[in-house]
Every structure is written in structure tokens, then in C-alpha cells.
Design a protein around this ligand. Structure first.
Ligand code: ARG
Length: 400
């Protein structure tokens, strides 16, 4: 068939991506498969995965630790944009895809491959994110998605793999489909497909049930510089460490669970559970520093930008001209978004209990109801006359 000669395949070590290796060679005439496994903080051991790819027929098995880039180049800009898809989902899975796509393209260019491949099926968002990101980064490359076309059931997939020495999974497969990285976990399928069914406690790993949380609240201070979190409780931390530690604290107090029905780009409504303790905390804390340091009009205008930004990321347009233009806007707004937020975690809840900034626009002399009041009350009268004039005129003309 000869769809491609040399392919770089995004590899997770699971059955599906393992089966992709012999499948590409046997069925689609690919001569050489190079696999690439990305460490995004999903907690898998990557050495066995590297070996498994070779055992499954890969000629080269690449492993890339990109946790640092994942946080600084993908998560932090999304936090600066307060990006929440449909007002709730902080895009923990979606943000990883453009990074993996970038790694695939870089490897393809380095090894002279004419195609890249991934194991996504045809019903999800991730296939769109991969295909579009790859096309944006190198439109010459072909993108192969064997699992979108092979039409094998799970049993058939396992049987196919066994013919080529890929062992059947030892553990009985969990009914859930789970995606995990440093930013959180996404859980779907199995009993969760009925949106009326409450998730079982067993699906959660990063967040405690409220019944098991401490009886004392946990306080944390997060400092931001130019919209980027830089320290916890006054201690400067590297990005990966900051996200990890904050996730542990928030998770201990049961904060960061989302149970939602979302609209996928491919038109399907799907029920998804997220555990995103650090990411959700950072977005709320960041928004709080903005509330102190941005003018009212920028804050209000930015809300619309944030909505569009979240949709773009969800819909696979990370490397698009509109996304780049919105980045320009967001970055400009972050120049003075520096300050500290004091948070309280308690029994699954997050409250913001304090905020301060050297760039604060909050003026106590203006806001106070006490004796130090500097606000010119007289000026309010004239302002309201002018502000309300169009409405007054409209009303007069419409009364008969
Ligand atoms: N619905 C989410 C998204 O499109 C997460 C999908 C992740 N996959 C999973 N197995 N739960 O970003």
C-alpha cells in the first residue's frame, strides 16, 4: 500500500499504540516505525515503555521528558488566560496535545520520516488536536491514525498484537478511560457514561473524599509575577515543583474535582470527570491578582478573550494565527499582574481570603465608608445626570 516509508508514532506503552507498530508495517507497508513516548508527569515508568516499543517492532524508541516545557510553555499561558472550557474544564488533557505534536514533528524532521502517527480513535477531540497541530507545524508531513481506521474490537486488537509478540495486558482492563499528566486526570466511560450515575470514589487518585479531609483548614499563599506563579508560602519554587506541591495540598483537602457534561468538537456530548487540584487553584488565584491589578475595562474585555482562548485550545487550534494574536493580548495584560493571594482549603472548598500587590489599583481612601473618605460625592451627581441622559430621553419620548 505504501502510505509512508518512515513513521514517528506517538507511543504510550498501552495495547493500542503497541499494536499500531506491527499494524503500520504489515497492513500499511511502512518500512520503519520510530516511537516517541513523552513524559508529561503521568507517573508511568518510561524505561519499560522504551523497551516495550522495541519488543513490538520499533526501530528506534525515543523518550522525552518534557514536564518542564509542559508547565511553562503550555500550562502557564493558559493560566494567564484563565482558560476554562465551558466555564469549567481547565484543559489539562487538551494542553498536552500540541506539545506531543511538536515532539512528533521535531523527531520526524530529525530522523527524516515522511509521516507521523497517533493511536487516537475517531470519536474524540484528541485526534483533531494532533492532526491540526501537526499540519500547522509541518504541512508536508502525513498523519496516520491506524486506530481510526482499523475497525478492530478490543479483543481483536489484543489478538492481532499477540500474533506479533505483543503480550495481552495482564491486568483486567478497568472500565474507565483515563488520561493523566502533571496537570490532572481525566476519567470517562464505563459506568460514567450514564450522566445520572454518581462517580464511584475509586476513580479518584489526586483528591481525597471530603469525609477523609483534615478537620483544620489549610492555608497557602501563592505569589505571581507577570501572571506566572513563582512561589508558595514565600518559598520560590521551580514550575514543576510548584504545581506538584500545590496539587498535593489542594488534593489533600479534597479540592479540584469536576463532574461535567461537555460538548466535544466532533458533536458528541460526553460526561467527563476531572481531577485538577493545582490547575484549578492557580486559575482562581491568578484571577484574583488580576482583580487587584487590571483596570475594569481590561478585566471585562479579557473575559471574552478568555472564552475564545479556551475554545481554541479545546478545539485543537493551539498553533493558529488567532491563538497567536490572543497570546499577544494576554501577554500585554500581564505586565503588572504580580502579587500574592492567600487561600484557604477546607472540606473540598477553596476560598480566597486575602490578596495584595505592589501594583494594586485598590485605593482604600476611595473605597472606605469611614472618615478618611476621599471620594467626591458631589461629582457622582453630575456623572449620573450624564450617564443616565440617553435613558431619560428615551423614556420621555416613549411615554404617551
Ligand atoms: N474530554 C477531555 C478533552 O477532550 C479529556 C479527554 C481525555 N481522555 C480520556 N480518556 N478521558 O480534553
Amino acid at each position: 500500500m505504501g502510505r509512508a516509508t518512515k513513521v514517528v508514532l506517538a507511543y504510550s506503552g498501552g495495547v493500542d499504540t503497541s499494536v499500531c507498530i506491527p499494524y503500520l508495517k504489515q497492513e500499511w507497508g511502512v518500512e520503519e516505525v520510530i516511537t516517541l513516548a513523552a513524559d508529561l508527569g503521568q507517573g508511568d515508568e518510561l524505561d519499560p515503555i522504551r523497551q516495550k516499543a522495541l519488543d513490538s517492532g520499533a526501530s528506534v524508541s525515543l523518550v522525552r521528558d518534557v514536564t518542564q516545557e509542559f508547565v511553562t510553555e503550555y500550562a502557564f499561558p493558559a493560566i494567564q488566560a484563565n482558560a476554562l472550557y465551558e466555564n469549567r474544564y481547565p484543559l489539562s488533557t487538551a494542553l498536552a496535545r500540541p506539545l506531543i505534536a511538536r515532539l512528533l514533528v521535531e523527531a520526524a524532521e530529525e530522523y527524516g520520516a515522511d509521516a507521523v502517527a497517533h493511536g487516537c480513535t475517531g470519536k474524540g477531540n484528541d485526534q483533531v488536536r494532533f492532526d491540526v497541530s501537526i499540519a500547522a507545524l509541518n504541512p508536508q508531513l502525513k498523519v496516520l491514525a491506524p486506530a481510526r481506521e482499523w475497525g478492530m474490537s478490543r479483543e481483536e486488537t489484543i489478538a492481532y498484537g499477540e500474533r506479533f509478540g505483543i503480550p495481552a495486558p495482564v491486568k483486567k482492563k478497568s472500565p474507565y478511560s483515563i488520561d493523566r499528566n502533571l496537570l490532572g486526570r481525566s476519567i470517562e466511560a464505563g459506568p460514567l457514561e450514564d450522566p445520572w450515575v454518581e462517580p464511584l470514589e475509586e476513580i479518584y487518585v489526586l483528591t481525597k473524599p471530603v469525609s477523609a479531609t483534615p478537620d483544620e483548614p489549610g492555608y497557602v499563599e501563592i505569589s505571581f509575577e507577570h501572571g506566572i506563579p513563582v512561589s508558595l508560602d514565600g518559598q520560590a519554587l521551580a514550575p514543576v515543583e510548584l504545581v506538584t506541591r500545590l496539587g498535593e495540598i489542594a488534593g489533600l483537602h479534597g479540592y479540584g474535582r469536576i463532574d461535567m457534561l461537555e460538548n466535544r468538537l466532533v458533536g458528541i456530548k460526553s460526561r467527563e470527570i476531572y481531577e485538577v487540584p493545582a490547575l484549578l487553584t492557580l486559575i482562581h488565584a491568578h484571577r484574583e491578582v488580576e482583580s487587584l491589578t487590571l483596570t475594569a475595562d481590561v478585566t471585562h474585555y479579557k473575559r471574552g478573550i478568555e472564552e475564545t482562548y479556551a475554545q481554541l485550545v479545546y478545539n485543537g487550534l493551539w498553533y493558529s494565527p488567532l491563538k497567536a494574536a490572543l497570546d499577544g493580548f494576554v501577554q500585554k495584560t500581564q505586565e503588572r499582574v504580580s502579587g500574592t493571594v492567600r487561600l484557604k482549603f477546607f472540606k473540598g472548598n477553596l476560598s480566597i481570603v486575602g490578596r495584595k500587590s505592589a501594583f494594586s489599583l485598590y485605593d482604600e481612601d476611595m473605597a472606605t465608608y469611614g472618615s478618611g473618605d476621599q471620594f467626591d460625592h458631589k461629582a457622582a451627581e453630575g456623572f449620573i445626570y450624564v450617564w443616565g441622559l440617553p435613558t431619560r430621553v428615551w423614556s420621555q419620548k416613549n411615554r404617551s
